[in-house]
Design a protein around this ligand. Structure first.
Ligand code: UD1
Ligand code: MG
Length: 431
């Protein structure tokens, strides 16, 4: 789609109903702030995006510039002009067509937004039919045209029965906004300047206002923590459906959690209870039940059940089993079947890590690296005190504390002699 449209995203509201000190639009869904999703989708159809802020503006702006470097931020004159109408006052847009979105709608998709531009009308506004329309502005439609929008707090009992509601997205032309924004009044139950009143004013002057019936799911506004969790469920379902269509197997997809930027490719299987967090790339791998992986690459490997891979790891042709934790490590062709911690390490092909092996990578002040070569056999319950290097073809005996480098081809063994005290049991338990 051509990008010669402007988009204004409203994100200045306080989000009182969230009952949180965190601004509403910074609440996360699938690992990313709600506002991130609105901006990401808007960028697909516009090269001129303005985000309107007020409450905790700096915090929101700082977060968003981590993702986007070409967004305009404006601060609403909220004290004098509160409300969604106040929010769009005095914004200079680059293009004539202006799409206005709410920042609390993380489920909207560009595909759906494109439909606004296909309708020939002075104003296009999104509407949904709802069984329970409470909380929304009610929309009065006559002869296929919108007549007016009545906010819940201003609605009469009769108007509250209307099931057609304002989903909160509008396409205006610049001239309509310029003409009617200065004419808004705040003579209503909330004492706010409503953007929705622009519609009524324009209608009265004979402008054409087309309703666009949209899919409820995509236009759900998040106003409470309850809404947040239902939006999360929908987003999660979408993420997994996308992967399944690409050939990934999910065993019980509803029990898994996957952040929005995760990549899964090839013939991969994701079992129940798996969590894949930001920055993960899974290729041709089998992730078994209840494993947690974050910001790591897993290629041609099998993980878990019940394993944890922490940020900065790369596992290739590797197997890690239950209760193995890996952090910031590079493992190639390694087997670590049970109960180990492998941190800040680099381990090469053909190496077997026995149960209970711990890389002691931290001395309370600094972190140190462990390097283990090819075809090394690390016996069970070994502590590897970093910094240390174990060369190729080494055998480390069970229970050894490796605190010196081990040369190629050697056996490393540290043992305390085993003592036997005969007759001890009898004596001890008799008394
Ligand atoms: C608004 C609509 C309502 C619609 C609903 C859909 C108005 C008057 N009402 O109501 O008809 O059914 O959305 O979700 O527009 N905001 C600002 N500045 C403000 C106030 C709000 O930028 O001064 C932003 C908020 O951050 C939010 C958006 O505008 O992203 C909508 O505000 P909200 O308070 O959620 O409006 P609703 O009461 O839901
Ligand atoms: Mg809302």
């Amino acid at each position: 789609m051509k990008k010669d449209n402007s988009v204004i995203i409203l994100a200045a509201g306080k989000g009182t109903r969230m009952k949180s000190s965190l601004p509403k639009v910074l609440h996360k869904i699938s690992g990313f702030e709600m506002l991130y999703f609105s901006i990401k989708e808007a960028k697909k159809l516009s090269d001129d995006i303005t985000v309107v802020l007020y409450h905790q503006a700096d915090l929101i702006k700082d977060r968003m510039i981590e993702y986007f470097d070409d967004i305009n931020f404006v601060i609403q004159d909220h004290e004098n002009y509160p409300g969604t109408g106040g929010a769009v006052m005095n914004i200079k847009t680059k293009h004539d067509k202006v799409l206005v979105l709410n920042g609390d709608m993380p489920l909207i998709e560009a595909e759906e937004l494109e439909k606004f531009f296909q309708i020939d009308s002075d104003i296009v506004m999104s509407v949904i039919e709802l069984e329970d329309s409470s909380g929304y502005g009610r929309v009065l439609i006559k002869d296929k045209e919108v007549q007016k929008i009545i906010e819940e707090k201003d609605a009469s009992l009769e108007e509250k029965q209307i099931k057609t509601v304002n989903a909160g997205i509008y396409l205006f032309s610049n001239s309509v906004l310029d003409k009617y924004l200065p004419k808004l009044s705040n003579d209503n139950a909330q004492g706010e300047y409503y953007l929705t009143d622009v519609v009524e004013l324009a209608k009265n002057d004979g402008y054409k206002i087309a309703p666009l019936f949209v899919k409820e799911e995509n236009f759900k506004g998040v106003n409470s923590k309850l809404d947040l969790s239902s939006a999360e469920e929908i987003m999660q379902r979408r993420i997994k459906e996308r992967f399944m269509k690409e050939g990934v197997i999910f065993r019980l997809p509803d029990t898994t959690y996957i952040d929005a930027d995760v990549v899964i490719e090839g013939e991969s299987i994701i079992e129940n209870g798996v969590t894949l967090l930001k920055g993960c790339k899974i290729i041709d791998s089998h992730i078994k039940a209840n494993s947690v992986i974050e910001d790591s690459q897993i290629i041609s490997s099998s993980i878990g059940p019940l394993a944890r891979v922490r940020p900065g790891s790369k596992l290739y042709k590797t197997h890690i089993g239950n209760f193995v934790e890996v952090k910031k490590s590079n493992l190639t062709g390694v087997k670590a079947g049970h109960l180990s911690y492998l941190g800040d390490s680099e381990i090469d092909e053909g190496t077997n890590i026995g149960a209970g092996t711990i890389t002691c990578n931290y001395d309370g002040k600094r972190k140190y690296k462990t390097k283990i070569g090819k075809n090394v056999f690390i016996g069970s319950d070994t502590q590897i005190v970093a910094p240390v290097t174990i060369d190729d073809n080494v055998m480390v005996a069970a229970g050894t504390t490796v605190n010196k480098d081990v040369k190629k081809g050697s056996l490393a063994i540290s043992r305390v002699d085993l003592k036997m005290v005969e007759g001890f049991f009898e004596k001890f338990f008799k008394e």
